[in-house]
Design a protein around this ligand. Structure first.
Ligand SMILES: Nc1ncnc2c1ncn2[C@@H]1O[C@H](COP(=O)(O)OP(=O)(O)O)[C@@H](O)[C@H]1O
Ligand SMILES: [Mg+2]
Length: 250
């Protein structure tokens, strides 16, 4: 059996669309028939709520209580399994730091144990040890970039973080995509920042994800956009992002 491909969704900013993108990438791949494990590394526990489930201390159970991964996973949708998180994830992070855990923490505790999956998708907090550990283990990196000043700045900072980990840990550069988020081409701010992003990162910039009320509604109902409004353009755009990620080499 081949190792799962690890996809990490990350950037150095809250509210950037990380969880929305992680959940929709995971759900989109699962709908295409892939076996997917979505891992929530953020204390907010939103991967669970976005999928209509309750947050739970499963990451804590794995890292601190050293329980078996198979016992901690819940099936959220067909082919889509979830390792949920909640506020105890903060304790897990402190515990890992006290034990002087290295950047390969998740590699040992999780990635190597996740047999039988085609993809592992990490949703991450905007900074800290668990973000670093995800970057250490990842094959592919998805960076949501809100096309406004804070979003662009968060992405620029994050590119530096990735580079410093890469150098320190002697890692090859991950295959990466920048996903423009909350795009509204009627505004000059969106147009300007989208152009900047494309000039800087060229074909590493994916098709933009537009701002859509239906997406907020779907999340509030604990449904994916594929379930809530399958005819919306944003559902097709997230499905296309999954196709792009599947086609990647590296
Ligand atoms: N395409 C979109 N259009 C409008 N609102 C969105 C869209 N995608 C996500 N949101 C909203 O943006 C907010 C932040 O998204 P979230 O994925 O939680 O960001 P992060 O995980 O980076 O903190 C959420 O409240 C969500 O409902
Ligand atoms: Mg989040």
């Amino acid at each position: 059996m081949t190792d799962p491909i690890v996809i990490t969704v990350a950037t150095n900013k809250g509210g950037a669309g990380k969880t929305t993108t992680a959940v929709h990438v995971a759900a989109g791949l699962a709908r295409a028939g892939r076996r997917v494990l979505l891992v929530d590394l953020d204390k907010q526990g939103h991967c669970a709520t976005f999928l209509g489930r309750d947050p739970a201390p499963r990451l804590y159970d794995l890292l601190v209580r050293e329980r078996d991964l198979a016992d901690l996973i819940a099936e959220a949708r067909p082919h889509l399994h979830l390792l949920a998180s909640n506020s105890e994830t903060l304790l897990a992070q402190d515990f890992a730091r006290l034990r002087n855990a290295q950047a390969d923490l998740l590699e040992h505790a999780l990635v190597r144990k996740a047999v039988g999956y085609d993809y592992l998708v990490f949703d991450t907090p905007p900074q800290g040890l668990l973000q670093e550990c995800a970057l250490y283990s990842t094959d592919r990196l998805v960076i949501p970039v809100p096309v406004d000043y804070p979003g662009m700045d968060g992405a620029a900072q994050f590119v530096q973080v990735v580079q410093s980990i890469q150098v320190r840990e002697h890692l090859p550069p991950p295959v990466r995509w920048f996903v423009p988020m909350f795009v509204d081409l009627r505004t000059s701010e969106s147009k300007y920042n989208l152009r900047l992003l494309q000039e800087r990162f060229g074909d590493q910039v994916s098709t933009p994800i537009p701002v859509r009320t239906r997406m907020r509604e779907a999340i509030a109902e604990g449904k994916t956009i594929f379930e809530y409004a399958p005819g919306e353009d944003i559902a097709a755009l997230y499905a296309a992002l999954c196709t792009l990620l599947e086609a990647a080499h590296g």
